[in-house]
Design a protein around this ligand. Structure first.
Ligand code: SAH
Ligand code: ZN
Ligand code: ZN
Ligand code: ZN
Ligand code: ZN
Length: 459
């Protein structure tokens, strides 16, 4: 359970605990000749030491922040022998899933033909079992009598991956998922590119099978377990940190075709990436998906694919660095497997997760029954505690609490902050002035923390 550190990060200065870059590493990005690990092309990083950026460069796995999950490492200037290259290729092949997506689709068809009494799911292997395989799993815990409803909600059947660094899965609370889908439909979208949003995908799929809803979804996710439940037109095994389609050109084409909007069916991309960081890597993948849309849709040369990027509010400046056309909505996205991220009433914690979008803010109608109201000056919906500041001329709260204006800082700050004359800015009452005075971890300059380091903004 990651509740503990999540509790810590939602409290007070979450940005310190959820710093976008690992330690003193800076992301340089995806190099054209990058070597590959089982998760596709590795990313290029540089180790920086205080004050200078020209450390030694190296490649590491794009998807796994924890060395225990993927220990791929190579110095950029390292000579790799033929034998090691061959061994690496072999290793990458052996670390692919045991069934292909095609095989999983076949298995699913056979599974559906089974009577309820013979439908088993192995909880240990996280796999639907066909009767011939039961024997191999006798010692494993399994669920029996898997219903069609269960098959339509794989995110409930599969356990959420919990690895905090690599792939923690935080599933939307029903209320938030329903809100997102209603919003998407009301905005007139008929297709959703679901990038790392299996629960939204599943809500759309089951809606489509019940009603004559015309909304369709394509799920892109690194969690291959989902290939057991969806066809190749519904799911692509995808890594959003390096824009890698594990299914190669065929899968890429599936995505391209999906983005091609015929009969005026408008497309929106919705993504809810792991919060661990690497905003730069995510942004570069999303730009590639956006340009896929643009190529498919030659007519709209000066438009952007509509996007909802769901992410904590303290990444706002990082996201806007990469996507100046985006703005942050006040809506608090809630999660089911996070006590903390559940909807905050008085005394309860509020979710720090927001929607960033390139759609016109006034079009994003937030539920009045949950306290959101329309600010006619800002032309957007804001949370109930978010007061319009006359001096800033904007509704300035980021976290839903009422913020206060500091005349010395010339901006609104958190209610718990006070102006510190040593630091020359507002901070928590009990902060240590040195942290800022000694300077940023990455560039060594004073006046900002590593999470706001300007030298990292445009890598
Ligand atoms: N709130 C969403 C789930 C978000 S959790 C929902 O309820 O639908 C983050 C999701 O991103 C998970 O589904 C996880 O499998 C996926 N993910 C994590 N790392 C990824 C990567 N490198 N590439 C693609 N998807 C990834
Ligand atoms: Zn306002
Ligand atoms: Zn103000
Ligand atoms: Zn101040
Ligand atoms: Zn810095």
């Amino acid at each position: 359970e990651g509740g503990g550190d999540m509790a810590a990060s939602a409290a007070g200065d979450a940005e310190d605990l959820c710093s976008p870059e690992v330690g003193e590493l800076a992301l340089l990005g995806l190099a054209p000749s990058a070597p590959s690990c089982p998760h596709g092309p590795a990313l290029l990083f540089v180790k920086t030491s205080q004050g200078k950026k020209e450390g030694r460069r190296f490649y590491a796995c794009s998807a796994c922040r924890d060395r225990k999950d993927c220990n791929f490492f190579q110095w950029e200037d390292e000579k790799v022998s033929e034998t090691r290259l061959a061994a690496r290729e072999e290793y990458n092949r052996n670390h692919q899933p045991s069934f292909t997506h095609r095989q999983n689709v076949e298995r699913y068809k056979n599974f559906l033909l089974l009577p309820l009494s013979k439908r088993r799911f192995c909880q240990e292997c996280q796999q639907l079992l066909l009767p011939a395989e039961w024997e191999k799993h006798v010692d494993h815990q399994s669920l029996c009598g898997i219903s069609t409803a269960q098959l339509q909600s794989p995110s409930q059947l599969l356990y959420p991956l919990e690895n905090k660094k690599t792939n923690a899965q935080y599933l939307f609370a029903d209320r938030s998922c329903q809100f997102l889908l209603d919003l998407i439909i009301n905005l007139g979208f008929r297709r959703v590119l679901s990038v790392g949003t299996p629960r939204l995908h599943e809500m759309i799929q089951s809606k489509a099978s019940q009603e004559d809803s015309r909304v369709r979804s394509l799920l892109l996710d690194i969690d291959f377990r989902y290939s057991q439940f969806y066809t190749e037109d519904e799911f692509c095994h995808y890594n959003m940190f390096n824009h890698h389609f594990f299914g190669g050109e065929v899968a890429r084409e599936t995505c391209r075709t999906f983005l091609y909007q015929d009969n005026g069916e408008r497309v929106i991309m919705v993504t809810d990436p792991p919060f661990g960081g690497l905003v730069g890597a995510l942004a570069s993948s999303f730009k590639k998906l956006m340009s896929m849309w643009k190529e498919a849709e030659k007519g709209h040369s000066n438009q952007e694919m509509p996007v909802f990027w769901i992410f904590p509010y303290f990444f706002e400046s990082r996201i806007l660095d990469f996507f100046p056309s985006f703005s942050m909505m006040d809506y608090q996205v809630d999660y089911e497997n996070h006590a903390l991220y559940k909807h905050g009433k008085t005394g309860r914690r509020q979710s720090p997760v927001r929607i960033f979008t390139n759609l016109t803010p006034s079009m994003i109608v937030l539920p009045v029954e949950e306290g959101y109201r329309f600010c006619s000056i800002c032309q957007r919906y804001v949370s109930s505690g978010n007061q319009h500041c006359e001096i800033c001329n904007s509704c300035t709260s980021k976290d839903g609490r009422r913020w206060k204006h500091c005349v010395l800082c010339k901006k609104c700050v958190k209610p718990s902050w006070f102006h510190c004359n040593i630091c020359n800015c507002c901070a928590l009452q009990n902060h240590t002035c040195e942290t800022i005075a000694t300077g940023c971890f990455v560039c060594g300059k004073a006046g900002h923390k590593r999470s706001n380091c300007p030298s990292l903004s445009h890598t």
